[in-house]
Ligand binder design. Sequence first.
Ligand SMILES: C[S@@+](CC[C@H](N)C(=O)[O-])C[C@H]1O[C@@H](n2cnc3c(N)ncnc32)[C@H](O)[C@@H]1O
Ligand code: SF4
Ligand code: SF4
Length: 352
Amino acid sequence: MAQIPVVSNAAAAARYAWRGGRLLTGFVRERPIHCIVQVSNRCNLTCGFCSFWERPAHPRDEMTVEDFEIISAKLAEGGAMVVSIEGGEPLLRPDAVAIVRAFARYHHPILFTNGWRVTESLARELWDAGLTEIGVSIDYATPERHDAHRGAKGTFATAVRALRILRDAAPHGSRQVTIMTVIMRDNVEELESLLRLSQEHGVSHQCTLLSTHGDGRGESGYTMPAPGLGAKLLELKARYPQLITFSGYLEALDRFLEGNVRTPCWAGERFLNVDHLGEVSPCIEKLHLRAGNLRREPWSVIAERLRSFEEVRGCTDCYTSCRGFVEEMSGMPHLRSWREFFGGFASVATPR
Ligand SMILES: C[S@@+](CC[C@H](N)C(=O)[O-])C[C@H]1O[C@@H](n2cnc3c(N)ncnc32)[C@H](O)[C@@H]1O
Ligand code: SF4
Ligand code: SF4
């Protein structure tokens, strides 16, 4: 009897190594390495900087678990990717666990949530289904400000509660859970308090710059922080090492905020977006650029169309962390980013 867990741990470790090896191959062979999937546009909240909740599809029109299994297998033809399960609010779907399992078969599924629907049993099931990492979105350390921004009272308390539940259930340690913060002019002064929150809870922390253009982004009046933010974050990263966002991305933020982007965007080539109906586009900001429907069409056709959008070449509309992550793992190897990848992103989910 005592041998069963050993065997299943060994099997999990072998599967993790296989998927990990394929992802590393993707890094060096310049394959797609990151895919965002909206599993639903529905949301229980109404955040000002997001517009997915404004156009929900009826659940019967959304993709089914079988569709996600098909999509997962087709994406695997491109390689093993970090698949970011998002929405809308992904945990509004009663079959969220099965969706995670469908992606875990070939990829590294991570999930972002506002935390509202997290329970102890759901947390255990999500981890058991093969979730690599989960991010709970918290943008302000002051509860009243977070609640006002997310459009409902109690969202801060619920997010912190979700953080604790997910952390306590995490199979490979508390760093599998991360606070995800969107940086805006409005919350720059709260960043250190937010980092204290992740430190107190023993979880990781990631941040992304606000995106103000594009199809899924609200016309909210939220504004970009001033240049100098990247330097401030680097200084904070030195004091709060649980901030696993790449140093190279943080440095590039100031160049972007000064209007001096030096690097091409890899959208459509090394990262992509799949919406709640299976429509594929180069990134979450450009849902109008349709490369086809992955439920019905082969990966090879869609991958070729994805690479053909002129609008993406030289685009500087955003500098989100998805763009930054891929940039740091593309082109000539940046040794510091690889070190940070193994010390941060990759180490959190390694079976021990
Ligand atoms: C669209 S949400 C979906 C998942 C979930 N509902 C949540 O809020 O975490 C995914 C991530 O995008 C972030 N986000 C929303 N609007 C954004 C914007 N305009 N710019 C950058 N990130 C944004 C959210 O805060 C969240 O961390
Ligand atoms: S950011 Fe997340 S929680 Fe907020 S409205 Fe958008 S999908 Fe919902
Ligand atoms: S910079 Fe890249 S990721 Fe951002 S909107 Fe443009 S194409 Fe999309």
